[in-house]
Every structure is written in structure tokens, then in C-alpha cells.
Design a protein around this ligand. Structure first.
Ligand code: ADP
Length: 513
């Protein structure tokens, strides 16, 4: 009954865990999908911002590239004027990449000496490294980096350049963009996000240092995207993140709790299935034992019955040679009917116990007397088996609460087993004594003993030791299961100590009330 409850509880737990897992799977998929959508949207917006900023920079450069004609170099500063806020300096180079006369205009903010020093540095160190000569005519190229040395060492720069042809003369225009303008004016224009906005932005340079925007860090839990600049300040990256980082932390915590719950559900499923597998195995084993039991019991019932009917018929027909033979036949009939009665008692009591019925009726009793009566009942069987029983019952044992019938059955089963399995030892020793707060019944024989591996199994219902299964010793495998049940019902227990070859000692104890 209890086993069925446990199995049902297990099935329920496994099902509940499976449903929880399915729910988590569903919610994780949908939240991953919405996260994916949100990220895609964020990426699209960030990409659009980068494209717009770069288009803005390129547009200003184009104003210079497109408007500047070689024969107007003298008026270079005029050509640069409209975009003087975004362009710092302009170089016009001839075919040999040499500065054309008046082909340089620098920022008014630089002192003339500084400006000249910068100009020469660019011409000597930067221009020779540019892929400028290979550019198709009219196509814009650019370089972005950090000055390693020279007058502006450590500062970032952005140059863009174009190859032009005018009146069969090739020339080049090189523009230094104003990165301060980019960071201080363009970025705030495009990332002018109010507090209400869902997103925050930052721009970091190639070294990961913050160039613009809110200082936030990106960890795997942050809902954030990165879009690199490609046409201007390549190496710089725009990062957009969800403004509510707190909510994201909350989400991360929820994910942690979810994964713990998922881990728990998986553990429940795995251990539940393992328990079920064990229960199924046990049940299968019990069924096998049960069918052994049925064939054993039918055999046990049939054999004494046929012996009884055979000898009864002989007596009835007067087919005996002498009165001694008559007594002998009558004794056989009597012995077999006792055996039959015992088996039927065992089976009926066992069936009651299996059905979980209240089978015991307790009353205060003298346990010594009960054991004495049981010994009387086995006297003839002992003699038939050629065995002696050496019994010692401690006098004046305290009274205990007993179901006398059940207890007698337990004692008979223990002695019967010794007669059945240990006849070769010739004697049985029985002791009933008080040991502290317990009354102990000890039944010892000198038979073949029990394999240590099987000592705990012999108390299981239907179990018969391997050694006896091969022998023609009859049995049903329920005797010791009954003994244990009876002992436990009385608040005690039964144990065995045995070494193969040197007999067995069964100890049944009850608590003193
Ligand atoms: P049964 O005797 O009907 O087989 P029991 O439950 O009484 O069933 O005993 C279970 C098994 O324990 C027996 O089959 C036998 O193998 C073993 N056993 C019980 N008592 C003894 C004993 N005194 N000596 C050796 N083996 C024993």
C-alpha cells in the first residue's frame, strides 16, 4: 500500500518537474526571442546613427574635395571656410606628392611655427605611408590612428584624401578632420538622448577607452550592441545599451533562479526515474519470487495430501502387517497433517499481513509459557528428525504484551527451520532470557549455516537461499518474513548470525514493557 503511494508520488513529482521544465523551456525560448528582437532593433538604430555621422563627416570633406580646383589653390582658405568647423587642415599635393605652392591651410588656432612643424611632419612622415597614389580618381580614402611620435604624439587623427585630375594634371587633396568637432559637436547631436530614452550610448576608441558618452560596462547579461565606425574613425566603436541596467541585473538574477529551478527539476526527473526503475525491478523480482512461491506452496500442499491419502487408504483397507505398522502409518498421517496445518496457518497469516489487515491481538502474557507450549508442539517432529532440543527458559521473566498465537507461530517457524535445514547437526539449542530491557529468544543449530550475502535476504518474503533451492527441502519462503513481521509488530526484531558450515543462530527479541 505504502509502496504504491510512494510510486504514485514519484510519478507525480516526475510529471510536475517535466511540466515545469517544459514551461521554462517555453518561457526561455520566448524571452530569448524577444531579447533577440530587442537587440536587433537596437543594432539597427545604432548602425543608422553611425552611418549618419559618417555621412555627415564625408559630406563636409566632399565640400572641399569637390569645390577645390587646382587653379584656385591660392584661395584655399576660402574654399575651406564653409567647413572650417569640421576640417582642421587641408593639403593640396602635386603628382609627386609634393605640396603645391600655397597648398596648405591649417587651423587658425595653431601658432604659425606649430602649424609649419605639423605640416612638415605630415608631408615627411604621413604622406609617404598613404595608399593615395593607387586610389582611383575621385574616390575617397581615409586613415585614422594615433600619432606615435611627432608634434602631436599620443593624439588621434583622421585624414581623408582624394585623387583628382584637372586640365590633365593629377593632384591630391588631403584633409585633416577635426576630431574635437566630431566628439564635441556631432556625437552629442546624434546621441542627444533624453532621460526618457530607452537607450544609452558610448563611443570607445581602439584601446577600449571611453571617447564619448555614459560610462557603462558590458557584461554578458547586459542588453547591448556594438557597431564599429568604418568610413571615418575606424577602430572606434559605438556601444548602445538598455538604459535600465538595474532591470537587466534583475533579469540576470531571475535567470540564476531559473537555472537553479531547472537544475532541481532535472534532478527530480533523473532521481525519480532512477527510483521508478528500482521499484520496477523490485516488483519484477517480487513477481518472480511470487510465482516460485505459488509453485512451492502447491507442491507443499500436494505432497502431504497425497501421503495422507495414500496411508489413510492403506489403513482403511487394513493393508497393514502389524499393529506397529498401523501406528507408524497413523503417525505419518498425523505428522503430515500437522505440517499441512502449519503451512496453511503460515499462508493465511501471511495473506492477512500482505493485505495490511490488523492481524494481532495483544494481551499481557508469560512469554516463557508460550515458548514452552511451542516446544511441546514440535516434540514429535524433533524425534522423527532424530534431533534433540536443549531448551533453557529463564524463570520469572517479566510479562510482556503478546499475541500468543502469532508468537507461537514465530517460534515454531524458527524451530521448524532448524529441523528442516539443520537436521545433520542433530541438536537445537533454545534460550529464552532477559537481556536488559529486552526478552531474547535464541534458536541455535549446527546445520549448514547461511551465506553472509543472503543473511539479510532470507527475511524477505518468498526468498529461499540458493543452497536450499537445489535440495529437495520443501519450503515457501514466507516463514522468516512472517517471523520478522511478528517481531516488529511486537516492537522487537529478528536477526541471524551464521557462518557457512558452523550453523546458524536466530535471535528474536521483544521489548520489556
Ligand atoms: P522456507 O523455509 O519456507 O524456505 P523461510 O522464510 O522460513 O522459508 O526461510 C527462508 C530461507 O532461509 C530458507 O529457504 C533457507 O534457505 C534459509 N534458512 C532459514 N532457516 C535456516 C536454518 N536454520 N539454517 C539454514 N538456512 C536457513
Amino acid at each position: 500500500m505504502r509502496r504504491i503511494l510512494v510510486v504514485n508520488a514519484l510519478i507525480f513529482a516526475v510529471l510536475a518537474a517535466a511540466v515545469a521544465l517544459a514551461y521554462y523551456g517555453y518561457s526561455a525560448t520566448s524571452s530569448a526571442a524577444s531579447r533577440e528582437r530587442e537587440l536587433q532593433l537596437m543594432h539597427d538604430v545604432a548602425e543608422e546613427k553611425v552611418l549618419n555621422i559618417e555621412a555627415w563627416v564625408v559630406k563636409d570633406e566632399r565640400t572641399v574635395f569637390d569645390n577645390l580646383r587646382l587653379d584656385e589653390v591660392a584661395n584655399l582658405s576660402e574654399a575651406v571656410k564653409p567647413v572650417s568647423t569640421s576640417v582642421t587642415s587641408v593639403f593640396v599635393l602635386d603628382e609627386a606628392l609634393k605640396l603645391v605652392p600655397d597648398g596648405y591651410v591649417g587651423p587658425a588656432t595653431r601658432k604659425p611655427a606649430e602649424s609649419k612643424q605639423f605640416r612638415d611632419w605630415v608631408l615627411d612622415h604621413l604622406v609617404p605611408t598613404l595608399p593615395i597614389a593607387k586610389l582611383p580618381v575621385g574616390e575617397r580614402g581615409h586613415v585614422h590612428g594615433i600619432w606615435r611620435d611627432g608634434p602631436l604624439a599620443g593624439k588621434p587623427y583622421l585624414f581623408s584624401f582624394v585623387k583628382r585630375v584637372s586640365a590633365d594634371r593629377t593632384y591630391y587633396v588631403l584633409i585633416e578632420d577635426d576630431l574635437n568637432h566630431l566628439v564635441a559637436w556631432l556625437f552629442p547631436t546624434f546621441f542627444n538622448v533624453s532621460d526618457m530614452s530607452k537607450r544609452i550610448y558610448q563611443v570607445v576608441d581602439e584601446r577600449g577607452e571611453l571617447v564619448f558618452g555614459a560610462p557603462f560596462s558590458i557584461d554578458p547579461d547586459t542588453l547591448a550592441v556594438e557597431v564599429p565606425f568604418v568610413d571615418t574613425v575606424d577602430g572606434w566603436v559605438l556601444r548602445a545599451a538598455d538604459r535600465d541596467l538595474g532591470v537587466q541585473r534583475e533579469l540576470a538574477r531571475k535567470r540564476l533562479v531559473d537555472s537553479l529551478l531547472i537544475g532541481g527539476a532535472v534532478t527530480v526527473i533523473v532521481s525519480g526515474l532512477a527510483f521508478l526503475a528500482i521499484a520496477i525491478r523490485r516488483e519484477r523480482r517480487a513477481n518472480e519470487l511470487k510465482s516460485d512461491f505459488i509453485s512451492n506452496v502447491s507442491h507443499e500442499l500436494k505432497t502431504p495430501l497425497s501421503i495422507i491419502s495414500m496411508f489413510g487408504e492403506m489403513l482403511a483397507n487394513g493393508r497393514t502387517k502389524s499393529p506397529e505398522q498401523q501406528t507408524e502409518y497413523a503417525e505419518i498421517i498425523w505428522r503430515e497433517s500437522v505440517r499441512l496445518g502449519r503451512l496453511i496457518d503460515n499462508v493465511l497469516d501471511f495473506a492477512k499481513i500482505e493485505r495490511g489487515m490488523g492481524v494481532y491481538e495483544f494481551a499481557e502474557a508469560d512469554v516463557g509459557e508460550v515458548v514452552d507450549r511451542a516446544i511441546e508442539l514440535v516434540g514429535r517432529r524433533l524425534a522423527a528428525a532424530n534431533m534433540t532440543l536443549d531448551a533453557e527458559i529463564e524463570p520469572e521473566l517479566p510479562h510482556v504484551k503478546l499475541d500468543a498465537n502469532a508468537f507461537t507461530l514465530a517460534v515454531l517457524n524458527l524451530i521448524d527451520n532448524s529441523i528442516k535445514y539443520a537436521a545433520e547437526g542433530k541438536k537445537i539449542e533454545l534460550r529464552l532470557l532477559r537481556d536488559g530491557e529486552r526478552i531474547v529468544l535464541r534458536v541455535r543449530d549446527w546445520g549448514p549455516g547461511i551465506d553472509p550475502e543472503e543473511q539479510s535476504q532470507i527475511f524477505e518474503r518468498f526468498y529461499r537461499a540458493r543452497a536450499v533451492r537445489l535440495k529437495p527441502i520443501r519450503g515457501s519462503g514466507i516463514g522468516l518474513a512472517l517471523v520478522r513481521h511478528i517481531a516488529k509488530a511486537h516492537g522487537g526484531d529478528v536477526t541471524v548470525s551464521s557462518a557457512p558450515g558452523s550453523g546458524s543462530t536466530f535471535e528474536l527479541w521483544l521489548p520489556v514493557i
